[in-house]
Design a protein around this ligand. Structure first.
Ligand SMILES: NC(=O)c1ccc[n+]([C@@H]2O[C@H](COP(=O)([O-])OP(=O)(O)OC[C@H]3O[C@@H](n4cnc5c(N)ncnc54)[C@H](OP(=O)(O)O)[C@@H]3O)[C@@H](O)[C@H]2O)c1
Length: 285
């Protein structure tokens, strides 16, 4: 099969590589993409096309793996070009967002949620799929490092699973970083660190790892936190926790793609805040 990949980011490129391992051809679109995406796509042996129309016309299926905040726009563009193949949205979006995206593709839509790091190592990463055509799409990934799991569930289920999972993992990272920032603001960090050592061993290491792992991707996590908040809201659960997490991650956006941000840099950016946040909360400092 010919499968269009929008776009070969750090995660997306490994989905494309898995498809190639299963003897499918992968098409990608260079237009508007960065040098990093271009290099990834070329090194992975994907076929470059000139325009989105070209990609849509030549692909049997399109897989979207992009920043969650752009998922609806990308799907709208593909639908607007009259695409009549299978469309898979594999982004971290709320179940209701997945359902909304799916309306443009009817029964040809498959909802996806990825859990794990970019799939280079077997057993590290799963692509959950739901919707009528999920088993067929899972079959496209039968070999390779990425494990595709067809859920016997409707569109929205794969996204709900991803939201539940990331709501805890990324929500917890935001909470740990905010906790460190609060203690540093009040100059009580030495005492908190000593207390953690005694009663919550390992917490200091978790904060360090949260800074290192989250800060370079925080710009993208902000949109994902909003999707998680919307998921909670739709389930009649309080959404404020993840809206706050979105604000925290937004403050870390200047660290985009920085390879080894320090905890001190992260805390400093968190404590600088943003005028918009303070206006919303009524805070004065
Ligand atoms: N990375 C992970 O460990 C991981 C784990 C689980 C799930 N996911 C999910 O995978 C998706 C993408 O993650 P990723 O790690 O591949 O991100 P990424 O490395 O930042 O790549 C995003 C890709 O989308 C492109 N892009 C950027 N802005 C866009 C826009 N406004 N419209 C359309 N495309 C745009 C980027 O192109 P440029 O290079 O030109 O910016 C890049 O090719 C997200 O939904 C994420 O939640 C990722």
């Amino acid at each position: 099969m010919k499968i269009g990949l929008l776009h070969p980011g750090q995660m997306g490129v490994t989905l494309g590589m898995a498809l190639r391992q299963n003897a499918h051809e992968v098409l990608w679109l260079a237009d508007q993409r960065s040098a990093a995406t271009t290099t990834r796509a070329q090194q992975a042996g994907f076929i470059g096309v000139e325009t989105q129309l070209d990609l849509v016309q030549r692909s049997d299926a399109v897989i979207c793996v992009c920043p969650p905040a752009a998922a609806k726009e990308v799907a709208g563009q593909v639908a607007g070009l009259g695409f009549d193949g299978v469309y898979i949205d594999a982004n971290a979006v709320a179940p209701q967002t997945a359902v909304e995206i799916g309306t443009s593709f009817a029964e040809r839509f498959v909802d996806g949620g990825i859990i794990g790091p970019p799939a280079y190592k077997s057993g590290s990463t799963r692509l959950y799929l739901s919707g009528a055509q999920a088993p067929e799409v899972a079959g496209w990934f039968a070999r390779g490092a990425l494990q595709a799991v067809a859920m016997d569930a409707p569109v929205g289920a794969a996204s709900a699973l991803k939201m539940s999972y990331a709501g805890y993992t990324k929500g917890l990272s935001a909470l740990l970083l905010a906790t460190q920032a609060l203690a540093e603001h009040h100059a009580v960090m030495p005492w908190l660190a000593a207390e953690w050592e005694q009663s919550q061993p390992g917490t200091a290491g978790r904060v360090e790892r949260a800074a290192l792992g989250s800060a370079p991707k925080a710009w993208r996590f902000a949109g994902e936190m909003r999707e998680i908040a919307a998921s909670y809201n739709q389930a009649d659960l309080p959404m404020g926790f993840h809206l706050a997490a979105a604000q925290l991650y937004e403050r870390l956006a200047p660290l985009k793609d920085q390879s080894e941000p320090s905890l001190a840099q992260v805390v400093s950016l968190l404590l600088q805040g943003s005028p918009e946040d303070n206006a919303v909360s009524g805070a004065t400092d």
